[in-house]
Design a protein around this ligand. Structure first.
Ligand code: ADP
Length: 364
């Protein structure tokens, strides 16, 4: 049976400091939601609130429409995978995977079938008799995933599951997790990561966290094409963020008029213009900006240009140039009005002190 996750005003505090601030978020049944944000932004805390390992100071957690806030972890029907695998070293792979089923007193035959099925799903059936120490990191993480799936959870929580793996293995496991999601379309997944590539690759939607708060939530495409604020723009993909002023006559970068198709800023406001580096062109065109080339990086298929325009550093990612400009050259960049997003001032996630709570509230 499929079930979603709903956070309703969930607040968690340690020692009186709020580390998760009134989180409202819904993960639809069968959806993969990534919680993306820098270290310390409250992602793991949110996950642990769903698992039942941390008690909210305020708010409720719902699973499949049922309020589970007061249920102990083992009664929530959740599978969980953490960064460090956390396999039992003295147990064989099959016994590790059987662990949750045995704890639930499942029948022998059922355990056998489900363990085989879970190991099959992660391609580890042929290593069922091995001990964790006889497996690579990637294989151990597969076993940890099989163990979480063996109880057939309707919700799977993944906490930085790939961060202990090297880059090559990480990329292979990403592909496998995507396949797993296709094979288990009813399982809702909440996936904690600080890595935007993982979030963009895997997630149906991404919830961007910073400083204990949800900053934005949307499909990868929405967040990339039309970020709601400067923090989201710079955390999901690369971004040129330029301070502009909005007047009755239009948008200006310094003295230069800028044409923009979208955005929420109103006249009289200071605002930030977001332009993705791959949407900046070289040479004359709309919204032309003239500056000095300060750095040039060859990246194989592309060139990355850094151009100083009146003290603003602008990045442009261009298809490999046959005859690139030289450092110190004056160059002209441009971008189409539809490729720029105007972010209203005040929506850029400014640092906020954590709100104090009554000491001890919600502490573990
Ligand atoms: P993230 O997963 O985004 O890196 P966490 O949710 O782990 O962030 O942590 C959020 C904040 O809460 C951090 O400042 C962290 O130091 C603090 N924190 C997490 N767990 C505890 C704990 N058990 N006791 C005290 N502070 C904690």
């Amino acid at each position: 049976m499929s079930s979603g996750i709903r956070f309703e005003g969930v607040t968690v505090a340690y020692g009186g400091h709020v580390v998760l601030d009134s989180l409202d978020l819904t993960v639809e049944p069968g959806e993969v939601m990534a919680l993306l944000g820098p270290s310390g932004s409250g992602k793991t805390t949110a996950l642990r609130a769903v698992a039942g390992f941390v008690r909210p100071a305020a708010g409720r957690v719902h699973l499949g429409g049922r309020d589970v806030t007061d249920l102990p972890p083992h009664r929530r029907g959740i599978g969980m995978v953490v960064q460090s695998y956390a396999l039992f070293p003295h147990l064989r792979v099959e016994d590790n995977v059987a662990f949750g089923l045995k704890a639930r007193k499942a029948a022998k035959e059922e355990i056998r079938t489900r363990v085989a099925e879970a190991l099959d799903l992660v391609g580890m059936a042929h290593h069922a008799r091995r001990h964790p120490r006889e497996l690579s990191g990637g294989q151990q993480q597969r076993v940890a995933i099989a163990r979480a799936l063996a109880i057939r959870p309707s919700v799977l929580l993944l906490d930085e599951p790939l961060s202990a793996l090297d880059a090559r293995l990480r990329s292979g496991m990403l592909t496998e997790l995507a396949r797993l999601h296709r094979e288990l379309p009813d399982v809702s997944m909440l996936y904690v990561t600080h890595d935007q590539v993982e979030a963009l690759t895997l997630a149906d939607r991404i919830a961007v966290m910073d400083q204990a708060r949800l900053q934005a939530c949307g499909t990868p495409r929405e967040l990339y094409r039309a970020p709601a604020n400067a923090f989201t723009a710079s955390f999901v993909g690369n971004a040129n963020l330029l301070p502009v002023t909005v007047t009755g006559g239009g948008v200006r970068l310094g003295e230069a008029p800028i044409e923009v198709a979208t955005g929420g800023a109103t006249a009289g406001a200071e605002a930030t213009l977001c332009v993705r580096p791959h949407l900046v062109g070289l040479g004359a065109g709309p919204n032309a900006l003239i500056g000095t080339l300060t750095d040039l990086q060859w990246r194989g298929a592309t060139h990355r240009l850094y151009v100083d325009v009146d003290g603003h550093r602008i990045m442009a990612d261009l298809r490999e140039l046959e005859d690139p400009p030289a450092l110190g050259d004056r160059v002209t960049l441009h971008f189409a009005p539809r490729d720029a997003t105007l972010l209203a001032a005040g929506m850029s996630a400014a640092p906020r002190p954590a709100a104090p709570l009554a000491a001890g509230a919600g502490d573990e």
